[in-house]
Every structure is written in C-alpha cells, then in structure tokens.
Design a protein around this ligand. Sequence first.
Ligand code: NAP
Length: 485
Amino acid sequence: MLDLTRALTFRREANFIDGQWVGASGSRTMEVTNPATGDIIGTIPVAGKAETEAAIAAAHKAFPAWAGLLAQERATKLNAMAQLIRDNVEALAELLTLEQGKPLAEARGEVLSGAAYVQWFAEEARRVYGDVIPSPFPGRRLLVTKEPVGVVGAITPWNFPFSMLARKVGAALAAGCTVVAKPSEFTPYSGLAWGVLAEKAGIPAGVVNIVTGDAPAIGEAMTGSDVVRKITFTGSTRVGKLLAEASARTMKRFSMELGGNAPFIVFDDADLDAAVEGAMMAKYRNSGQTCICTNRFYVQQGIYEAFAAKLAEKVKTLKVGSGFEAGSLQGPLINDAALAKVETLVGDATAKGGKVVAGGKLHALGGTFYEPTLITGGRQDMRIAREEVFGPVAVLFPFETEAQAIEMANATEFGLAAYFYSKDLARAFRVSAALKYGMVGINAGIITTEVAPFGGVKDSGVGREGSKYGLDDYLDVKYLSIGGL
Ligand code: NAP
C-alpha cells in the first residue's frame, strides 16, 4: 500500500491569492486523478475571471515593495526557497508522480532541476547590470538601466509541472516581478506547491499567486489586464498563439515555450553505442511526453540496420509500470486523449508501410500505459513526420546524404530542439549551423540545464528560459540621458 503522507503535506486543494488559501467563488471544484490508476486524488477550485482579477490585484499591490528590495534581499529569499525544495525533494517528487505518472527517479530529477533554476536566478539577481554609453553630445551622460517588467502571468503544462514553474517564478521573482500562475488542471498540485514554498520561504503575500480551473477564462483575465505586463507560457503552439494574439491588445511582453518536433540524425560515422544511449534519453524520458523529445530519427544507410537492431534491443528492456514501482522506467500517458493520439499516429505510420520492431500497442497493464515502441521504414508522408507524437514511439527514417538529412530535419514548422551524432568535427559545425532550431544536441541526448538558454524558433516560440538570457525576458531596458553636466 502506497504511503502518501509525505506527498500530501504539499497538496493544497485551494488557490493561493494574496498569501491566503482560498476556494473559488460558489465553491466550484474539479477532480484531479492519478493517471496510473484513474483514482481521484483530490479536488481543486475552478477559478475564473473574478479570482484571477483578485490575484492580479494582489500581485499589483505587492509589486512596488518586492521590486524595491535590494537584489541581495530577493536573492536570499530565493535561495531559501531552493533549499526548501531540496529539503523536501521526496515529498514533492511523490506528489509529482502521483498526479503526473512519471517514474519517481525522474520526478526527483525534475524537482531538483526546479531547485537549480531557482538558485541560478537567485545568483543572477545580483548581476542585473546596465550600461554607460559613450555620449555623442558634450556635457551629457547616457545610462542604461534595467527594471522589472511588472506583474507576470505564467501558464504551465502538465508534463513538467514543477520545473516549468521554477523557470518562470524563479526568473520573475529574481528580476523583481510579482506573479499570477496557472498550472494545468491535470497536474495542479505541483503548481500549487509553489504557494507552500513561497509561504515557507517568507516571500511576502501577493508576490506569488496561484489560480486553477477554467483555463480560457483565466487566460483572458490575464491577457486582458493592463496591469499584467508580461505573459510567460509553456504549452501547445495553438494556445500559445491565442495568448500572443490576445496579449497584443495591451501590448504585453511575452515568452512562448511551445511545441517541438525534434529530429535526431545519426550519421554513418557516429559512435553507435553513444547514439543508441542518446536516443533512449532523447526519446523515452517521461514516456516521450517532453517538448524536446525526439519525434523523428534520421539514420544514414550505412549504420541504419545496426542502429535499428541495437535500439530495438534497448527499447524492449524498458520496464513499464506505475511511477511508484521500483525499476519502472515508463509510466502511463497523461490521459485518454494522449493515448488516442499515439494510437492514431502509430496506425497511420504502419498503414503507410512502417514496420513495428518493438511494442506497437496498448500495454497489458491497460489504462493509458502504452508499450515503448520502435518503428522502422519511416516516410516523410507519415503524420508522425510532422506531428508531435508526445508518446513513447520512435520512428526511423533512412537517408543517404547529409544534405537530405538536413532538408528532412528542417521540414517542419517547429524549431525547438534537434540532435545529431557524428565524430566529424567539420560536419558538427556545418550541420549545427544548418539546423533551424533553438537548441542542438551534438553527441548529446540530454541538453536541459539551468545555465543554458532553453527555447525555440519558428512555431516553437519566442524567448529563452534559464541562463543569463532567461532573466532579460523579465526586464525592461530604460535609457537615461543626463544633460547639464
Ligand atoms: P496546452 O493544452 O497548450 O496547455 C498548456 C497550459 O495552457 C495548461 O495550463 C492549460 O490549462 C492552459 N490552457 C489551455 N487552453 C488555454 C486557453 N485558452 N487560455 C489560457 N490557458 C490555456 O498544452 P499541454 O497539452 O498541457 O502541453 C503539451 C504541449 O506543451 C506540447 O505541445 C509540448 O511540446 C509543449 N511544451 C513545450 C515546452 C517548451 O519548453 N517549449 C515544455 C513543455 C511542453 P489546462 O491544462 O488546465 O487546460
């Protein structure tokens, strides 16, 4: 029997507004389920326009004092928050696995990555430097300073419900902004946990506010508000575009971390074992439900058979089961819609000649557990060549020349992450320059770290999270022209 005592110390079935835990008006609630069992694990308020406006008002009220603190004072509070996360890693990881389904080891990794982002931004808070520009006018000094943009609306998805908020809350608070956050209805507790962390770390009331519920109503209240000066969103391209359009009405800043369709190219000269290892990490983490997951493997003819055989062998060893089960490496998909999408795309690929060499169907555990799958003989007219599968399905597409691989890799409206394996240094520079992506893993299947800029181009979004660039997205540049000197 699963002991959830520790996890439930962080579960809040209320919204966090102005430092108070409150329900929605009319006490409207919705249920949250465990994707591994279908069991209800609690309820959350169905907040809408009124609750979001109250949260925005609280963030607005809290802004001057928070922005007015010394950078060091904000950093001290953020460091306390990072330490609290590390001190409670087990509880937070269990809560995450409970509502999201990923294996506990991956959940622990996500929580610790959240702590790393917060600590990184605490350190960066002290390095928000300006500039002195050599003046073209006599008797003048030209200065550039940076100021927090103001109240930030943050909307996050269900696949990394803890760390996606860490990147946003950490950066916003470090810059001196206050936040109204909306986690996904599927994984709200890992988002609401940020309210508990804010309370425990002594972050003043109103600096962090969290609402759950009616996504379109909350989004409209955020985008329609004059007070909210920035929207930061991670999720689908469809919703990102809606929010960007709506934000234009009040000319807000926005950062959009959207969908991906990552190619993974294996050249004949690649280290085969390293490429297989990298492929496993880039594809099957979180059961394939990450935005930088490889969707398409392009494998050169000379190495194709060997790569396919080795990868199939590895894929068959992946243990599927509840995230709480020891040794489980593949949890359930988030919900029935996700399962239906995977089944449809696999059906389309096999109908167009793809050959299933591992998995290929619903797992014997039932529910939304899907077998880790490998399909060979991919073709560019398959839907999976263009659409994000968001499941544990890899498709191998053969190619002959470097130019062909680059053309196929770039043949998508997305541009988030790309990967390739090759031992040829000149090719490494050539191919990385030719790939139209925001991030490129070269002989590396895992690329995310708080110290590097995460983000995409084209339909994968705008803006960067993490690194020194991540803070700029929360700062306005102000130019001072000082005369009479
Ligand atoms: P989604 O449907 O776009 O949802 C993301 C968030 O937006 C959720 O909190 C959702 O709320 C909310 N939302 C939905 N409709 C909205 C609306 N009209 N107005 C305001 N908010 C709205 O995406 P998802 O299915 O959760 O996440 C998967 C997608 O996210 C994939 O495409 C993946 O590639 C992308 N992703 C990108 C990154 C990145 O960094 N680039 C990282 C992770 C995921 P509810 O869930 O409560 O409906």
